[in-house]
Design a protein around this ligand. Structure first.
Ligand code: NDP
Length: 446
C-alpha cells in the first residue's frame, strides 16, 4: 500500500483497534487507491481519506423488549450514518447475534462506494442489532422491531436516512418497523424504508434484485470472454434472500446450481437446486437447509458443518456472510475448476482468498459492485414512492439490468484508467471513491 494511504490506515487501527471487519474493508479499498491519489493530489490536501473513514454520525442505543414469557430482554441497536455526499444515507439493517459496531462500520463503509457505483443519488449508511430473530415468535419479533424503531425514528426520514433489510431483516421485520414509524410520525412516509410489501409501497422485483443483480453482473463478466451461464455448474452459499434469487436467475439462464448452505452446513444437490422447494422451506416455513435436503431427496445430501466450496463447479456465488471463503476454500475452488467468483454477500472472501483467486487467474467481482442491485432497486422503490406509482416487474427488472451493466462497464473503464485492466476490485474501488471524493470536495469542509 502507498505510504500516504498506509499512514491513514494506521490511524484507523490506532483509533478503532477492535473493529477488525472495518479494518479489512478499509484496507481493501485503500489498497486500490494509489493510482487515484497520484492522479488527484487534491484529495490528500483536503484530507478526503481521513474524512471518508470517519462516519458523519454514529447512533448506538438500548432496545428493551419483553419476550413471550414476560421476561425483559435488552439488545443494542446501531445506525451508522457514514456519508451523505451523494444523497440520503442508504443501507440495510442487520439483525444477527454477531452484530457489533465494527461489523456495522464495515458494512456502512462498503455501502458508500457501492451506492456511488449505482449512480442513483444515495449516500452510505448501515444499521442493525445483536438481536437474533431465529427461533423467536412473530409477536417477539414485532415487539423488538417496535422498540428498535421507537429510538430509530427520530434519526431517519425519506430525505435523511432510508434503511432496508439485510441478514435477519426481511419483509416481516420491515412491516413491523414501518408500522411503528408511521404511528410515531403520524405520516405515511412510504420512502422512509425500502423492501416494503407490494400492497403498501414496495417495488416489484426488489425481493429478487440482489440475487438477480449478482447473476446479471456475472453474466456481463462471462460475455467479455464470449461465454455464458448456459450449461455451467454453479455453487451458491447461503439460503436467504440473496442466495435464493441468485440460484433462481442462474437456473433461468441455463445453469445448474448444486449447492446452498446456512450456518449449520451445506447441501450438495447434484441434480440442481429445486428453487420452488427452497422458497417453501425458507420463506414460508422458516426452516433450515437440512430440512430442504430431507424433502428434496433425489441424491441431495446435507453436509453438517461444511461449506460448499469443495464441490467441483465452474462458477461460485458466495451469498451468505462476511469471510465465508477463506484461503483453503479458495484453493479448493481453484483446484476444482472454478473460473469466476461473483459476490452476492458483503465481503464474503478474505484477503487471502482474493489473493488466491488473483494468483489463479479467476475472474473476481467484489460485492460492492456485483451485489449493488439490491440497493439500486431500493432507490427505484424510493423513486416510485415519491411519484406515488408502481412500475411493472419487467420495467423494474429492465432498469436493474441496465444499472448492473453500467456498473460492470464503469468498473472496467476505471480499471483501465487507473492502470489495472480487467481488475474489478481496482475498478469498483476507484470509480466509487472518485465519485464520492469529488462530491465531498465540491461541498466544502462539512
Ligand atoms: P438472509 O438473512 O436472508 O440470509 C442469510 C443467509 O446467510 C442464511 O442462509 C444464513 O444462514 C447465512 N448465514 C448468516 N450468517 C452465517 C454464518 N456466520 N455462517 C454461515 N452462513 C451464515 O440475508 P440476505 O440473503 O439478505 O444477506 C446475505 C448477504 O448478502 C449478507 O452479506 C448481506 O449483507 C448481503 N446483501 C444483502 C442484500 C439484500 O438486499 N438483502 C443487498 C446486498 C448485500 P442461517 O440462517 O443459518 O443464519
Amino acid at each position: 500500500m502507498d505510504s500516504r494511504l498506509e499512514a491513514v490506515y494506521e490511524k484507523v487501527i490506532a483509533r478503532d483497534g477492535s473493529q477488525k471487519e472495518f479494518h479489512q474493508a478499509v484496507h481493501e479499498v485503500f489498497d486500490s487507491l494509489a493510482p487515484v491519489i497520484a492522479k488527484h493530489p487534491e484529495y490528500l490536501d483536503q484530507a478526503i481519506l481521513e474524512r471518508i473513514i470517519e462516519p458523519e454520525r454514529q447512533i448506538i442505543f438500548r432496545v428493551p423488549w419483553m419476550d413471550d414469557n414476560g421476561k425483559v430482554q435488552v439488545n443494542r441497536g446501531y445506525r451508522i450514518e457514514f456519508n451523505s455526499a451523494l444523497g440520503p444515507y442508504k443501507g440495510g439493517l442487520r439483525f444477527h447475534p454477531s452484530v457489533n459496531v465494527g461489523v456495522i462500520k464495515f458494512l456502512g463503509f462498503e455501502q458508500i462506494f457501492k451506492n456511488a457505483l449505482t449512480a442513483q443519488g444515495i449516500g452510505g449508511g448501515k444499521g442493525g442489532s445483536d438481536f437474533d430473530p431465529k427461533g423467536k415468535s412473530d409477536a417477539e419479533v414485532m415487539r423488538f422491531c417496535q422498540s428498535f424503531m421507537s429510538e430509530l425514528f427520530r434519526h431517519i426520514g425519506p430525505n435523511t436516512d432510508v434503511p432496508a433489510g439485510d441478514i435477519g431483516v426481511g419483509g416481516r421485520e420491515i412491516g413491523y418497523l414501518f408500522g411503528q414509524y408511521k404511528r410515531l410520525r403520524n405520516a405515511y412516509d412510504a420512502g422512509v424504508l425500502t423492501g416494503k410489501g407490494l400492497d403498501w409501497g414496495g417495488s416489484l422485483a426488489r425481493t429478487e434484485a440482489t440475487g438477480y443483480g449478482t447473476v446479471i453482473f456475472a453474466q456481463r463478466m462471462l460475455e467479455t470472454k464470449n461465454d455464458s451461464f448456459d450449461g455451467k455448474t454453479v455453487l451458491v452459499s447461503g439460503s436467504g434472500n440473496v442466495a435464493i434469487y441468485a440460484a433462481e436467475r442462474a437456473e433461468q439462464l441455463g445453469a445448474k446450481v448444486v449447492s446452498i448452505s446456512d450456518s449449520s452446513g451445506s447441501v450438495y444437490d447434484p441434480n440442481g437446486v429445486d428453487v420452488e422447494l427452497l422458497k417453501q422451506v425458507k420463506e414460508v416455513e422458516r426452516g433450515r437447509v437440512s430440512d430442504y435436503a430431507e424433502r428434496r431427496g433425489n441424491g441431495a445430501e446435507f453436509r453438517a458443518g461444511q461449506r460448499p466450496w469443495d464441490i467441483p463447479a465452474d462458477i461460485a456465488l458466495p451469498c451468505a456472510t462476511q469471510n465465508e471463503v477463506e484461503k483453503a476454500d479458495a484453493e479448493a475452488l481453484v483446484k476444482n475448476g472454478v473460473k469466476l467468483v461473483a459476490e452476492g454477500a458483503n465481503m464474503p472472501s478474505t484477503p487471502e482468498a482474493i489473493e488466491t483467486y488473483e494468483g489463479a487467474g479467476i475472474a473476481y467481482a467484489p460485492g460492492k459492485a456485483s451485489n449493488a442491485g439490491g440497493v439500486a432497486t431500493s432507490a427505484l422503490e424510493m423513486q416510485q414512492n415519491s411519484a406515488r406509482q408502481q412500475w411493472t416487474f419487467d420495467d423494474v427488472k429492465d432498469r436493474l439490468d441496465n444499472i448492473m451493466t453500467n456498473i460492470h462497464d464503469t468498473c472496467l473503464e476505471a480499471a483501465d484508467t487507473y492502470g489495472a485492466p480487467g481488475d474489478y476490485v481496482v475498478g469498483a474501488n476507484a470509480a466509487g471513491f472518485v465519485k464520492v471524493a469529488d462530491a465531498m470536495m465540491a461541498q466544502g469542509l462539512v
